[in-house]
Design a protein around this ligand. Structure first.
Ligand code: HEM
Length: 417
């Protein structure tokens, strides 16, 4: 493990309080400037981590899967025993060849063509949610639109009953934001033989999503339909099939990854349009900018603040000696505002071109599986908003999720302008 060095920006990126009411853009700018590959100490028994803040370096780490493993833990804090890592392993925290096998099975279900088949359902759902919300003139953007849309679309694709949406939202909030008192983990809900450290994020909610997926999977094993759960259960891509355990872990990661991230993006995107009405007017006037607008919203929102890798060998990055076993944290939030890559990065510019944002990851085999599904949902919401000629304004402060891992928002009161 590396030895801690002086912290030039003296920033504590771990403390959830730092993220409670804003993104620490100034602190990231200071790190990019003074110490872009920055050794960040941690309290014992943890060992500290490297904070990677430049766009170029995030891409380099992300693409070098030989040197930087996804398989030793996803968050900067996780230092988990190998047996626990094995029990919870899924697509997102596996390396080749297991990752290739899992990805081969699931990739065909998330291609642009496969996802476009769900456009009509996404559009109808977005229109219904927006029409219901705007009938009241004052509403909560997160609770009434941004939260229900992704889970409704995802459950429809998976073939999961829509009446379970609220329960699955609660469970995924508890999985992803264990530091938020509103999403406190319920350890008593675990059977006595289940140890939280064997669960993703150490969260009891992971167990409940896993079990939920297992039951639906058993039903579909017996009575297949054409939904995604049935296809995962009965998958056979050139001989690659999912074991029951791999299927349950896949179900769990899809619920988690496919719901909170899109909600966050839709929320920061709406806030950006409220704060920059000229950009909404521009999109209305030039709808051909839609795809660029969607990418800018994802850059702007950066819903996943970082992903972690672990160095498999001693190596060097920008002159810093990284030791085998060191945690290496790729800060997408910093990379997406890197002034060496993005002109005027703090301007919300829907015509931004090029826009090589890293919101879906820095590239390489783990690039977000659900990117096309997320893009589709952002686009249909904007298209419905524009078709209805809706302009919203803030109606009170937004409340952020207390987390150093996701850029989540719990609530954002709005009204029709
Ligand atoms: C705007 C919304 C979204 C954002 C910003 C986002 C972001 C990310 C990021 C940063 C990663 C990690 C990439 C890496 O480690 O290199 C990831 C992976 C993943 N995402 Fe997304 N995601 C979004 C939506 C979705 C949706 C809708 C789904 C699916 C239903 C999804 C499923 C996944 C899965 C399964 C992985 C793991 C892929 C792998 O390791 O091979 N995501 N996403």
């Amino acid at each position: 493990m590396s030895t801690p060095t002086e912290d030039p920006a003296r920033v504590d990126l771990i403390t959830p309080e730092l993220w409670e009411d804003h993104v620490p853009h100034d602190e990231f700018a200071a790190l990019r400037e003074a110490d872009p590959v920055h050794w960040h100490p941690e309290a014992a028994p943890n060992h500290g981590f490297w904070a990677i803040t430049k766009h170029e370096d995030v891409v380099a780490v992300s693409k070098n899967t030989q040197l930087f493993s996804s398989g030793e833990g996803l968050t900067m804090l996780e230092e988990v025993e190998p047996e626990s890592l094995e029990k919870r392993r899924s697509l997102i925290d596996s390396d080749a060849p297991l990752h290739q096998h899992l990805r081969r099975v699931v990739s065909p279900l998330f291609t642009p063509k496969a996802i476009n088949a769900h456009e009509a359902f996404a559009r109808t759902t977005a229109a219904r949610l927006l029409d219901t919300a705007t009938a009241r003139s004052e509403f909560d953007w997160v609770l009434d639109v941004a939260e229900p849309l992704p889970i409704t679309v995802l459950l429809n694709i998976l073939g999961v009953p829509s009446e379970d949406a609220d329960r699955l939202i609660t469970l995924s909030n508890q999985m992803i934001a264990i530091d938020d008192p509103d999403y406190a983990p319920d350890y008593d809900s675990l059977p006595p033989d289940i140890d939280p450290k064997d669960l993703p994020f150490g969260s009891p909610a992971s167990y409940h999503v896993f079990e939920y997926g297992r039951k639906i999977g058993e039903e579909r094993r017996a009575h297949p339909t054409d939904d995604l759960v049935s296809r995962l259960i009965h998958s056979d891509v050139d001989g690659d099939q999912l074991t029951p355990l791999e299927y349950c872990n896949m179900f769990q990661i899809l619920i988690l990854a496919g719901n909170e991230t899109t909600r966050t993006t839709l929320t920061h995107g709406m806030k950006a349009f409220i704060d920059n009405p000229d950009q909404l007017a521009l999109l209305k006037a030039q709808p051909e900018l839609m795809n660029k607008a969607v990418e800018e919203i994802i850059r702007w929102a950066t819903p996943v603040l970082y992903m972690r890798r672990t160095a498999m060998e001693d190596t060097e990055l920008r002159g810093q000696q990284i030791s085998k076993g060191d945690k290496v944290v790729m800060w997408y939030m910093s990379a997406n505002y890197d002034e060496d890559v993005f002109d005027d990065p703090h301007a919300f510019n829907i015509a931004r071109d090029p826009n090589p944002h890293l919101g879906f990851g820095g590239g390489g085999p783990h690039f977000c599986l659900g990117a096309w599904l997320a893009r589709l949902q952002i686009r249909v919401v904007l298209e419905v908003l524009i078709a209805r000629d809706l302009r919203l304004e803030s109606n009170g402060p937004a409340r952020r999720v207390r987390s150093n891992f996701v850029n989540g928002v719990k609530s954002m009161p709005v009204r029709i302008a």
